[in-house]
Ligand binder design. Structure first.
Ligand SMILES: [Zn+2]
Length: 438
């Protein structure tokens, strides 16, 4: 059983290495077309949801089939998946796992989990043993740069929940150690000092806490590389982590809808073009939002799935030589666009990066921030200010910066409140610094 599982992962690893280095141009397009058509055929056969959803459309013209989204997938969960697993049964298993922190149970041989994407929406996912092998083989091939090492890789994962996915590669070549995000920091630091992972993976808010511990001299080692997952990695976070750990910070971008992108050795976040087909729809200011078709998943087919994330792409060729597309930044979710009022009574959307720069560049004393909007034209900014900076002066600078930037886009003067201190993020919850509330 275990040998078969490892053989499955090894086969996927070999395939993933080969496709990453060789598959490009027309051969890549042929491969994707073949995979996409097979997934669409299978969904038509075995998913009552898709059959009804696509009625009257040509399945061969899969690039223009009607889209689906998280709400549709969750509402029709039992008809959506190809095994007819009811939502209640899957949810019960997933919630029991969350409660007991034992993440091994399966439903009809299929791993079930609750997942949340980079920008915070939660969904149920199903993964068959074969799909787990695809995931494990691919991530090992693409995220562990430099192949295998004599003493084996030690990887520390800080994630909200464990999963059979992470337990699926238990060998001497690589060891995973999962840390619950709820682990008290002092305990985590002691465990890390003993384990000394080569690769440290977690959300940037957690990596930031470990950076604090390293600066205080409590965390006594530095990994070779950090990998940011599950939350937006803002440039100032990346710079600080790289400075404190003296190691590069890479990213894995994945969510319920699949493994979307992984950083290459040169540090660029490449779309996993052989696993997912991303159609990018422009939403203004150079931002795009992806419509995802997963080319490998059959238990829970993801075809033309509208993801709510805001991305910016990088058109420059990557130094690693791969022509696979590069995501320059993941900036949050579409419903976190803030709005300010224009003179004519309409509103204008402001992207999270504009808000971030408006606050961070206002004054050197700003150490961290949150920006919330309850209604258009208003902005509530929470600030962490360095000890030697006078709060009132920093607050004045932030207010002035917000007013001048909002006015610069032809909008009416905003109402800006500035408050001292950050709003605590609940343990295990995602950090979202720019949020539209209500
Ligand atoms: Zn690259």
């Amino acid at each position: 059983m275990r040998a078969a599982r490892l053989a499955g992962i090894a086969a996927e690893w070999v395939g993933a290495r080969w496709r990453w280095s060789r598959l490009r141009g027309p051969a890549l397009e042929r491969y994707r077309e073949r995979r996409a058509r097979a997934i669409v055929r299978l969904a038509l056969e075995r998913s009552p949801f898709y059959r009804a959803h696509w009625a009257g459309h040509d399945p061969d013209d899969w690039r223009s089939l009607p889209t689906v989204d998280k709400r549709g997938m969750m509402e029709h969960f039992g008809a959506f998946n190809t095994l007819g697993i009811p939502r209640d049964e899957a949810m019960e298993t997933a919630l029991r796992a969350e409660r007991t922190r034992d993440f091994t149970p399966t439903v009809r041989g299929v791993t079930v989990g609750l997942s949340s994407g980079t920008s915070g929406h939660r969904g149920l996912f199903l993964a068959s043993p074969r799909e787990q092998a695809v995931w494990a083989g691919t991530i090992l091939a693409r995220a562990l740069h430099g192949g295998f090492r004599r003493e084996g890789w030690r990887v520390a994962l800080f994630l909200r929940s464990n999963s059979n996915l992470y337990e699926s590669t238990d060998g001497t070549l690589i060891r995973f150690r999962w840390f619950d995000l709820m682990t008290p920091p002092t305990e985590a630091v002691a465990a890390l000092n003993a384990y000394r992972p080569h690769l440290l993976l977690g959300p940037p808010s957690l990596l930031g806490l470990l950076a604090d511990a390293r600066e205080r001299g409590e965390l006594r080692f530095a990994p070779e590389r950090l990998v940011s997952v599950a939350e937006v990695l803002e440039p100032q976070d990346r710079e600080r982590l790289e400075a404190v750990f003296g190691a590069p910070v890479h990213q894995v971008y994945q969510c319920t809808e699949g493994l979307l992108a992984v950083s290459c050795p040169a540090g660029s976040l490449h779309v996993q073009e052989d696993l997912v087909h991303l159609q990018l729809e422009p939403v203004g200011n150079g931002y795009v939002t992806p419509v995802v078709t997963d080319l490998r998943r059959v238990t829970q087919p993801i075809v033309r799935y509208r993801l709510n994330d805001l991305l910016r792409m990088d058109d420059a060729p990557c130094a690693c030589g791969s022509p696979w597309r590069v995501i320059r930044s993941i900036d949050g979710r579409c419903d976190d666009l803030l709005a300010f009022e224009q003179a004519d009574g309409g509103t204008r959307p402001f992207f999270p990066d504009t808000i971030r720069r408006m606050v961070l560049l206002a004054d050197g004393g700003v150490e961290d921030y949150q920006a919330f909007q309850d209604r258009p034209g208003h902005l509530r900014v929470h600030l962490a200010v360095s000890d030697d900076a006078p709060f009132d002066g920093v607050a004045r600078a932030v207010r002035a910066s917000a007013e001048s930037i909002v006015a610069g886009y032809g909008c009416r003067a905003p109402v800006v409140e500035v408050e001292r201190g950050l709003v605590p993020v609940a343990p295990g919850a995602k950090r979202r610094r720019v949020r539209r509330l209500g």
